[in-house]
Ligand binder design. Sequence first.
Ligand code: F3S
Length: 775
Amino acid sequence: RIAATRHHSTGSLLPPTYQKLHNKYTEVRRVLDGQRLTLAEKILYSHLNNVEESLLSNTAGGRDIRGKANLKLNPDRVNMQDASAQMALLQFMSCNLPQTAVPASIHCDHLIVGERGAEDDLLAGIKTNQEVFDFLESAAKRYGIDFWPPGAGIIHQTVLENYALPGLMMLGTDSHSPNAGGLCTVTIGVGGADAVEALVGAPWELKAPKILGVRLSGQLNDWVSPKDVILHLAGLLTVRGGTGYIVEYFGPGVETLSLTGQATICNMGAEIGATTSIFPYTEASARYLHATRRAQAAKDAEVFQNFPGSTKVAPFQFKADEGAQYDELIEINLSELEPHINGPFTPDLSTPLSKFKETVKSENWPEKLSAGLIGSCTNSSYEDMTRVESMLKAAEEAGLKPAADFYITPGSEQIRATLERDGTLETFTEAGGIVLSNACGPCIGQWKRQDGVEKGTPNAILTSYNRNFRGRNDGNPDTMNFLASPEIVTAMAFAGSTTFNPITDSLTTPDGKQFRFPAPQGLEGPETPFVEGKDSLKVLSQPPSANVEIAISPSSERLALLDPFDSFPSSDLTGLRVLVKVTGKCTTDTISAAGPWLKYKGHLPNISANTLNTAVNAETGEVNAAYDLDGSKHTIPELARRWKEAGRPWLIVAEHNYGEGSAREHAALQPRYLGARIIVCKSFARIHETNLKKQGVVPLTFADEKDYDRIGAGDEVDTVGLHEMLHSGGQGEVSLRVKKETGEEFLVPTKHAVSKDHAGFILAGSALNMLAKGV
Ligand code: F3S
């Protein structure tokens, strides 16, 4: 036991965060008297705004919470990366608040291109994106947000090293935010609009997730790493298998993993669609807190876990209650696991290393490996890097160099500087590796390849990153991108071949001898704590200051202030026109494409020029074509802009699962900005449907799918019952009165999922308008 001391601010033995957690937890236990909870549930429910209301409505008195209850949560903090932070901050600014309601941070990581090496790339990245970085920095200073400058590190690594603490609940504006679940937090990736809700202090809503338990036993063998656990799991569960679930790891195998290994596993939970992933607090967690110079946090966590509650409530242990039930259970024996390689083009196509050679041959995948890339937010821990170092040293002694290009991305300045201090970085560069800046770079398509592989040329690369959709790394849809542990990536980079198996195969050295890699060996963490690194890359942290002017040039092409959307009229909507009827898949990518448009993320008028630009017109079969009432042909965004300028509101007609894909808020913001009031379709992707309501667009589905065939582009539409439904908090039916050019008129009955809160958003014009009114 650790001797406890009283905290100045609370007078309690607990720091304020844990005192708050303790109070809420006591309430949760009172409400759910006698129930056994998983770790994720304990943390999540102890962040409820109103414990009773959330846990007891629609849940059979608290016995059927998962998948049923609407949780209204108060996260402890919000972390934002530079691409998504732009729109989040622009929205936050329109609420006119002096500071954020919860601590927050901005991480400049996504906009730096990996090309020649850390120093050159960083300078070039700063030059190209200066105005965005200036904006983010000035907003950070104005509102008291921590600002991590370009080169300081990748959001998830920086959050793990600095902000993650056991028991916290955080939101991050990036899908791999669950990385921090490795340190026993519930951290959820969200879009900017959700982040803003937390930043203004409004509760953030989540349907209570189900819990998928993964019981780990045994211990990883020599060549197997934590990455292989999640590569294997992705193969078992597929990219949709975790949807609606939190993945919670437990069992004796957990104790054998390093903290950073646990973070890697949680990071890639995003690849199976999980809400988030979490590990219990272990001795490795405490060691990591010490190594990252947070001994006090380790002490607080220990005191909290032994903090005597009321007589009825046992202390909050950072692990599941004995006998807690999981909705699904998977067992993995770490001792039986082998290295896996996943891909190409999807993270759930998983092949064990022992079968990879024959699969490469049978699938006709390229045998030549063009590049090996290690590091990133997923796999740049001290353990990962020192294990690779041991391999490089052995190869160096044998006179071998990598046969393929070999890149290393440190996850943060702290890890980079520590690796430099300990000589690891030198080993990388001596082996011919190129160390990129502490930023996302090739992981998010920001990679200017130097090997002359042209777009359209089939080739294979291997990365220790987390995603491998087509074109993800270099924008080349013909690059086959495989995912593996850093150790396997390194071994194959030395062989220059995708068929090399370092466990069974040898390489020929320059003097003709056979060389087999020894099993990798590394250190879980540095022997002396991490060093912070360059002063210029340290966090800028200061209290809010109203005197700071936010840097947005009125002539900027990349940033534009947001005007509030107009509120709902005082009667039903009349005179809407169908802009276009689309057919087939309409994902958030279809509605708001990424790639080159990423640079306009902070400029709603400019990025709106991509709206639905890959959608297929159901009536003509053309891509991105729409027709005005006079018969003139335009692109979809052009016609939308024409109608916006003419003051003509419009709607879109679509098929199934409209808005599937990511939580991209631009896919809702852009149509709204251009004048959309309604989307009517056969069905919606759930997150996008909510996003539409948050931006004041009414999502309706056909009561009878056949009505999709009756309604067409240019038809005039009035709503019937919408005004009344909104004013009665989501109660009541809504129909569309459709008038054809021929004079034919008919009613289309629809369904909706508008709750009382959603009705409020739509009436106010947007959730933000409502939040701004309330503060
Ligand atoms: Fe995301 Fe890769 Fe950066 S996963 S945070 S883009 S390093």
